[in-house]
Design a protein around this ligand. Structure first.
Ligand SMILES: [Zn+2]
Length: 106
């Protein structure tokens, strides 16, 4: 009986920590993908002399010709970045997690 109670207490502590860790891992993966897309946009601009109009235009530059997907089904899109001091820079924005730190464009 005591052993079962101890296991219950440990589970009550461990499960919220596990969920928090899992969510942090998914968010970090999403930011990694956002950053990858931003850097790929720079590569695109070097090669094609203009920035891509849509995220999908980056597919030929990525492994497997695929755009990476947010781990919890967020959609990536470009947004004009004005809130962090770069008035014309664009950012990759995930509808679930928010903006990546990387900026690009003019
Ligand atoms: Zn996301």
């Amino acid at each position: 009986m005591i052993v079962i109670a101890i296991i219950g207490v440990l589970a009550a502590i461990a499960i919220p920590n596990f969920r928090r860790s899992r969510e942090m891992a998914r968010q970090n993966k999403c930011f990694e993908f956002s950053s990858l897309l931003s850097r790929t946009a720079e590569l695109y601009s070097i090669e094609r002399k203009q920035y891509p109009a849509a995220i999908e235009d980056l597919a030929p530059f990525l492994s497997g010709n695929r755009i990476p997907l947010c781990p919890i089904d967020g959609k990536y899109e470009w947004v004009k970045g004005t809130e962090e001091g770069l008035p014309n820079g664009k950012k990759v924005f995930c509808s679930q997690h928010g903006c990546a730190t990387a900026t690009w464009g003019a």
